[in-house]
Design a protein around this ligand. Structure first.
Ligand SMILES: [Zn+2]
Length: 491
């Protein structure tokens, strides 16, 4: 970082730190909002979390005001802000530079003089966000506007909400002088949204010893609020794997006044149409099987009946169709999916091009080979003018986290208690998270964004008018505090 930029950054961070010392006025009570149960009696040593949650609302607002849209990310400014908040409580955070302007942050609360990495607990959240289309927002996406009990802003849920909640729990552990039975490591990552050169992959390659842990809590799972109450809590233990395939049609270029049958635009369009109408066969992973078993009794009778029939010989196929049609999420949990995303062809209105291309974004169930999908698609397209080319930027297949571990069982028990008895279900996310990289390093990473959210709020992530109900944020801070206290402190 050059000096001029350093000075600019410090001015921004200093201004935000000033703002942070005045917590935003509480707009809503921290519990008792529709569907959100009141906090249960506090656990030791972290007690009543309502004050720290209010303070963390202010940090969340500040983090939203630091624009970390990726690209370019600029996470270094957010990292410096977090380091400043921690410094006030005597916690020395380390900023790990990855590429110019892009850094991760790591801080540790020690349980003993000598660290025991295999026992340590990581609290993970990413600092970057997806970009915004400002014209579609009803408020400034970086203004941290509060309206009707919601805090609006890019990243309010994904993932600055979790970042601020992690920070709240981490600082409260320090303030309460909790006696830890394992190290607790706070990790703020960069470049999660594009998995590029400043991502956790690079961080692990350069600095693994600073974040080595046996357990992690990250985004990936959610608390699903439906019809005014928590329906279930999805604890992410595995995720699908992303690939891209280029569909390339080639032909003879020529004058558009004399059309030819080998026009690559026609061949590409036909291939994309076939792929678009294709549905890969259903394949149950053990996590997805358990998910639907747990969900069936919670859904209405009709949907529940078909969920239970998906794996039967006689009605299985029909049941799979009903459930897939009922929800794009369920459809994507059951099978490999292929989504055409980008189409490019043509140089001029009156020229038949020599080439036309489409990109397919493929999401594979963990454990499935991409070669089999390529093979199926080649057979389906069946056109000598069209070639499928696997792109190099493939995702990573990682082992799933255990559903039999004490860690998973403890989280499942606490969230169920705290959300009115709603069950915790193992969840295989259709989207990617930093957890795949951690799981590849033998970390038992579980995904849980602890805020109770409706489908409508969840849809705004990566969309417009992203927002978090402040009552849900407060509740999430309390639940996360209970999980971390139970898992990482002596009592
Ligand atoms: Zn995220």
């Amino acid at each position: 970082m050059n000096w001029k930029r350093m000075v600019q950054v410090m001015v921004v961070v200093a201004a935000l730190m000033m703002a942070a010392s005045f917590p935003i006025a509480a707009q809503v009570p921290s519990a008792g909002a529709p569907g959100i149960p009141a906090n249960s009696v506090s656990t030791r040593p972290v007690g009543d979390t309502s004050a720290i949650a209010k303070e963390a609302q202010g940090w969340l607002a500040d983090l939203i005001k630091i624009n970390t849209s990726n690209p370019p990310g600029n996470e270094q400014i957010a990292a410096m802000y977090i380091a400043g908040i921690m410094a006030k409580d005597g916690i020395k955070a380390e900023i790990l530079d990855l590429t110019p302007g892009r850094s991760a942050l790591v801080a540790r609360l020690r349980s003993a003089a000598v660290a025991e990495p295999s026992k340590a607990l990581l609290l993970v959240a990413h600092m970057d966000t997806v970009p915004v289309d400002k014209s579609k927002w009803s408020v400034d996406p970086f203004g941290a506007v509060i309206k009707d009990g919601y805090l609006y802003g890019r990243g309010a849920i994904d993932d600055k909400g979790m970042l601020a909640a992690n920070l709240a729990v981490f600082i409260e552990l320090k303030r309460s002088m909790a006696r830890l039975n394992r190290d607790v490591i706070f990790l703020a990552t960069a470049d999660e949204e594009t998995s590029g050169d400043a991502s956790i992959r690079m961080l692990i390659a350069k600095h693994w010893e600073k974040l080595a842990a046996g357990f992690a809590i990250n985004e990936g799972g959610n608390v699903f609020l439906k019809n005014g109450k928590v329906e279930y809590i999805g604890v992410q233990a595995d995720e699908k794997v992303a690939y891209n395939i280029a569909v390339v049609a080639r032909g003879t270029s020529g004058h558009a006044s004399q059309p030819t049958k080998d026009n690559p635009v026609i061949h590409l369009a036909a291939a994309v149409a076939k792929i678009g109408n294709y549905s890969a066969p259903v394949h149950f992973t053990s996590i997805v099987r358990r998910y639907f078993e747990g969900l069936a009794p919670l859904e209405d009778d009709e949907i529940g009946k078909w969920m239970r029939s998906m794996d039967t010989a006689d009605r299985g196929e029909h049941a799979q169709r009903v459930i897939s049609d009922a929800s794009p999420l369920w459809n994507a949990m059951l099978r490999n999916t292929i989504a055409p995303t980008v189409v490019t062809a043509g140089v001029a209105n009156n020229v038949i091009p020599a080439e036309a291309r489409a990109n397919l974004n493929v999401r594979l169930l963990p454990g499935d080979p991409i070669a089999a999908v390529m093979n199926d698609l080649n057979k389906l397209v069946n056109d000598p003018q069209v070639k499928l080319e696997l792109q190099p930027s493939a995702g990573l297949a990682a082992p799933s986290s255990s559903l039999e571990s004490e860690f998973y069982k403890l989280i499942a028990k606490i969230v169920s208690q705290e959300f009115g008895g709603a069950p915790a279900l193992p969840f295989q996310s259709t989207w990617l998270t930093d957890s795949a990289q951690l799981r590849l390093h033998q970390v038992q990473a579980l995904g849980l964004v602890p805020f109770p959210l409706t489908q409508d709020d969840l849809k705004r992530m990566h969309g417009d008018d992203e927002r978090i109900p402040l009552a849900a944020f407060d509740k999430g801070v309390d639940v996360l505090a209970k999980i971390v206290t139970e898992f990482a402190t002596a009592h």
